[in-house]
Design a protein around this ligand. Structure first.
Ligand code: ATP
Ligand code: MG
Length: 278
């Protein structure tokens, strides 16, 4: 994301913000309340249209006009409220809206098998996939929400405060899960207020302050004190950049001349899902 700007009426939520995430990398997005973190990821998730700036995906300039566009590109979001259906079981929640079909019926066995495969890959501790998610713990519910975001094999996964409501053991479980996501090669964007979580799991940290960049740090080079100073403005980190940058963004002039990738359209999810079964 280059030079992203977004205002809501008179409120300037984002001004000239740069942000990037690589494959197999966990980037923490931190900042005080109202710093613009959720707004930035909502621009990436197609919830908000930016007023300024551009977005590149795989080096191509893309336009993300809706959550469906983001999903088609492979950008999945786990919102803080998780948006699970409490009365449905784990399998139903994972496949909601993209159920597998066998003949003219739901392929319950296929969905359940794939659910177990996915949960095993994530080393998730879920006792049964046939119980309503209402009866799961907070950490298990977070796991279900993350597993659901993986159904479409996304490239980028956005997690908004995944550990905010969790206890110590459950937090450890979710941090473990984030490491599994990195191992699977996903780019992970982690919004968090918890410095311990950030230091434990992130590769790189992007600080926002009052809607602007206030530093980018490699976790190995930084202390939580420095991060807190950047969050509060005690340190002006606007100039700091980590040395490693695998995909340097093109300058805006060049990016503007790039191709706009047309969003894939039409109903394809069901067909895709069934292809895999054949
Ligand atoms: N839909 C909206 N309408 C109007 N103003 C908004 C809207 N969404 C966000 N804002 C404003 O934009 C600014 C940035 O908000 P944002 O939610 O991105 O902050 P945040 O960094 O996610 O904060 P928090 O840590 O509290 O979640 C705030 O001043 C907020 O009031
Ligand atoms: Mg927020």
């Amino acid at each position: 994301m280059h030079g992203i700007g977004k205002h809501f009426g008179a409120v300037k939520a984002l001004t000239d913000v740069d942000f990037w995430v690589n494959e197999g990398e966990v980037v923490a997005l931190i900042g005080d309340n109202g710093a613009g973190k959720s707004t930035l990821v909502k621009v990436l998730a197609g919830v908000h249209a930016p007023d300024a700036g551009s977005i590149e995906f795989d080096g191509e300039v893309v336009q993300i006009d809706s959550p469906a566009d983001a999903q088609d590109l492979g950008i999945a979001t786990v919102f803080q409220d998780l948006a699970l259906c409490d009365n449905l079981d784990v399998v139903a929640n994972l496949w909601l809206g993209r159920e597998l079909i066998a003949g003219n019926r739901l392929d319950e066995v296929g969905m359940e098998e794939r659910t177990w495969t996915l949960l095993r890959e994530l080393a998730a501790k879920i006792p049964s996939v046939r119980i309503p998610v209402a009866s799961l713990s907070g950490g298990q519910r977070q796991t279900v929400a993350i597993a659901r975001s993986l159904i479409g094999e996304p490239r980028v996964i956005i997690l908004d405060e995944p550990t905010a409501a969790l206890g110590v053991a459950q937090t450890a479980e979710v941090l473990n899960l984030i490491e599994r996501l990195r191992e699977r090669g996903h780019g992970v964007i982690l919004i968090s207020h918890n410095m311990a979580d950030v230091m434990a799991v992130a590769d790189r940290v992007v600080v926002l302050r009052l809607g602007r960049n206030n530093g980018v740090y490699n976790v190995v080079d930084v202390t939580s004190e420095t991060l807190i100073a950047a969050i509060t403005g005690a340190v002006d980190g606007a100039g700091s950049r980590p040395p490693v940058r695998r995909h340097p963004p093109k300058p805006p002039a060049e990016a503007g001349g790039g191709t706009i990738i047309p969003m894939p359209s039409g109903p394809r999810r069901m067909a895709d899902a069934n292809d895999g079964d054949a």
